[in-house]
Design a protein around this ligand. Structure first.
Ligand code: ADP
Ligand code: MG
Length: 255
């Protein structure tokens, strides 16, 4: 595999009972690139992200992150499921930011960020603290270190969630509609932080309905429908001159 590819998903299939949520979905994301996934509700966007970070187990196909097969170990022609410890190790390298703020409610912003590095990466507390403060500063919230999530706006909580993901030094961050639950006036501050992150070279896969963000920040855009990657290509091409009529109809409807 070319070593500038960070994520390679090949024909990923996922069934829920008899319902096929992912139907041979393939995608490649290069190191340092931003890929936005767009598409109607129920098309499998969240399921696709959840398969990448092993919150769901795929039923078919394969995903590599940084050249490493995710969730399985290959032994000749056989695939074996890996242990829970191995799954945790793989998942650690993949940050995730959800639609609903998923901060620990009983911890301050600073404590939320410190938790993973200290508990999981065994970082010394002083170092974790310094890094967490630097990350809070980076997302514009240095003055909110001691605040609990309930004392922060939705936009501020999402920025802490991004800082927390960064605290784990991930290779990749997955965003699942990170601004969909926000009041309209709070959307931009989160998109701005994500844009900064993209400029810093972080590899990101972003499920979003913010086509302006996709146009300005994404390198590639993937349009999903009915569990399939209906169209994948350079952001400007997919958004401005889609080849698929279904992509064109969706983009027109969202605008
Ligand atoms: P999207 O994020 O594009 O809105 P999802 O990936 O959440 O779509 O869901 C794709 C389809 O799979 C939907 O029809 C949804 O109802 C179904 N689905 C998702 N998760 C589950 C689950 N745990 N059990 C059963 N069906 C599910
Ligand atoms: Mg979803």
């Amino acid at each position: 595999m070319s070593n500038d590819i960070l994520v390679k998903a090949v024909e990923v299939t996922k069934n829920f009972g008899s319902f096929r949520a992912l139907d041979a979905a393939s995608l490649e994301v290069k190191k340092g690139e931003v890929c936005c996934i767009i598409g109607p509700s129920g098309s499998g966007k969240s399921t696709f992200l959840r398969c990448i970070n092993l919150l769901e187990r795929m039923d078919g196909g394969a995903i590599w992150v940084n050249g490493e097969l995710i969730g399985y170990r290959r032994d000749g022609d056989h695939l074996h499921e890996i242990s829970d410890a191995e799954i945790s190790r793989q998942r650690r390298r993949i940050g995730m930011v959800f639609q609903r703020f998923n901060l620990f409610p009983h911890m301050t912003a600073l404590e939320n960020i410190i938790e993973g590095p200290v508990q999981v990466l065994n970082e010394p507390m002083a170092e974790a603290r310094d890094r967490a403060m630097a990350l809070l500063d980076r997302v514009g919230l240095a003055d909110k270190a001691g605040h609990y999530p309930s004392e922060l706006s939705g936009g501020q909580q999402q920025r802490v969630a991004i800082a927390r993901a960064l605290g784990m030094r991930p290779d990749l961050i997955l965003f699942d509609e990170p601004t969909s639950a926000l009041d309209p006036e709070l959307v931009q501050e989160v998109l701005d932080v994500m844009k900064d992150l993209a400029s810093s070279g972080m590899t990101m896969i972003v499920v979003t309905h913010e086509l302006g963000f996709a146009r300005n920040v994404a390198n590639t855009v993937a349009f999903m429908e009915a569990g399939k990657m209906e169209e994948v290509g350079p952001a400007s091409q997919v958004l401005s001159m889609p080849k698929s009529t279904r992509t064109a109809e969706f983009i027109k409807a969202v605008h």
